[in-house]
Ligand binder design. Structure first.
Ligand code: NAD
Length: 368
């Protein structure tokens, strides 16, 4: 039994709908195991721009700072605010959170549910046994390197982006991947483009150094283009994939299709900061605010609920409870409940709230 403070930032579009279901599940966890969760809710994204004039206020940042973890929904989707020349954009909230809390490691576990293997675009026999974790570097590389600009020259316009990584940045993400592999099947695949890029050559050199500290973990390098192919051809052969920001961005969307829908995949963003219980982190589904289905009870809440499970595991150190939430989701899917995005002939099609209710009920009976 323990007391924990969780900042809840539901955001925009389907963000609040799926976060509500994740909160119901966390309330059920509190009831079953006698924990006390203090939920502190605040606005973020377009909702915060509308009410407070900025995507995330200082007050909300402070609220997050005082918490053990952040449960995040999704931001974006207000076309009125998102013209190409809008200077205040909802997504800036996420960048501020990642930057100020130095959330440099983005974890995306991909473990397609057995009962959903036939809903994926990939053949079931290829998917069979897939259980991988992508560890993406989140605060460096092309997305943050300077200069990044379009400039005018005598011969017309030119553009530049800068791919820069320091040894220390590579070392910490590599150590994170190796530490995580030790709790899994002990295989790390480092993905780069070392045949072309200098940044990848340093990446490989540091990766090799870190690997010597983990003699119990099997280690391999893979070029990013080959990795894109092997993810589809032999996904079950991977355990932990670690890669830089841009490669990770692209490979994780590709990997999400292994699980059948964006609505199924959770993520955790972790940094060096520790709390009294575990690692401080931000937990969110990998999908966005999905304005096309917002307010229609069509959103799949599973990604948000599995994100809450990651929060229990990594930030609150409540491993048994995290496992129980994951089992409750699997139990509900095995019982035939499906939201629109993974609908199947002969299965029970339900809305967002009903899917949440079924998972809450399952949580009360699954073994822990
Ligand atoms: P999206 O992830 O919101 O939606 C892509 C497609 O997947 C849509 O057809 C949507 O209906 C479907 N989908 C997404 N989540 C679903 C769920 N839980 N259940 C069922 N179907 C689901 O991506 P988008 O449409 O490219 O972007 C919409 C907005 O979200 C944009 O403003 C974008 O910038 C923002 N965005 C935010 C985040 C974030 O908050 N981390 C991530 C990606 C996109």
């Amino acid at each position: 039994m323990g007391s924990y403070t969780i900042a809840v930032l539901p955001g925009d579009g389907i963000g609040p709908e799926v976060t509500e279901q994740a909160l119901r599940v966390l309330h059920a966890v509190a009831d079953r195991w006698g924990h006390t969760f203090f939920f502190q809710q605040a606005l973020v994204g377009a909702a915060a721009i509308e009410a407070e004039g900025e995507p995330i206020s200082d007050a909300t940042m402070n609220l997050c700072r005082r918490s053990d973890a952040i449960l995040f929904g999704a931001v974006g989707g207000s076309p009125r605010r998102e013209g190409s020349n809008a200077t205040i954009r909802p997504e800036q909230a996420l960048l501020r959170l990642r930057k100020e809390f130095e959330l440099f490691a983005n974890l995306r576990p991909v473990r397609p549910f057995q009962a959903l293997l036939n809903t994926s675009a990939i053949k079931a026999e290829v998917l069979q046994g897939t259980d991988l974790l992508v560890v993406r570097e989140l605060t460096g590389g092309l997305y943050f390197g300077k200069p990044s600009e379009i400039r005018e020259t005598a011969k017309g316009y030119e553009a530049v982006d800068t791919l820069i990584y320091t040894e220390a940045e590579i070392e910490r993400i590599m150590s994170t991947a190796f530490d995580l592999a030790r709790g899994r099947r002990k295989l790390v695949t480092s993905v780069d483009k070392a045949n072309v890029l200098s940044s990848s050559q340093l990446w490989r050199r540091v990766a090799d150094q870190v690997a010597t500290e983990y003699p119990d973990v099997t280690f391999e390098h893979l070029l990013v283009d080959a990795c894109a192919m092997h993810l589809i051809r032999r996904p079950a052969s991977f355990d932990v994939i670690v890669t830089e920001n841009l490669f990770g961005d692209i490979l994780t969307d590709e990997a999400s299709m292994l699980a059948g829908s964006m609505g199924m995949l959770p993520s955790a963003s972790l940094g060096a900061r520790r709390t009294a219980h575990g690692m401080f982190g931000l937990y969110e589904p990998i999908h966005g605010s999905a304005p096309d289905i917002a307010g229609q009870q069509k959103a799949n809440p599973v990604a948000a609920i599995l994100s809450a499970a990651l929060l229990l595991r990594y930030s609150l150190n409540l491993k048994k409870e995290a496992q129980a939430v994951e089992s409750a989701v699997e139990h509900t899917i095995n019982a035939g409940y499906r939201t629109e995005d993974v609908r199947e002939e002969g299965k029970n099609l339900v809305g967002t709230n009903e899917m949440g209710s079924q998972i809450v009920q399952a949580l009360l009976v699954v073994e822990a």
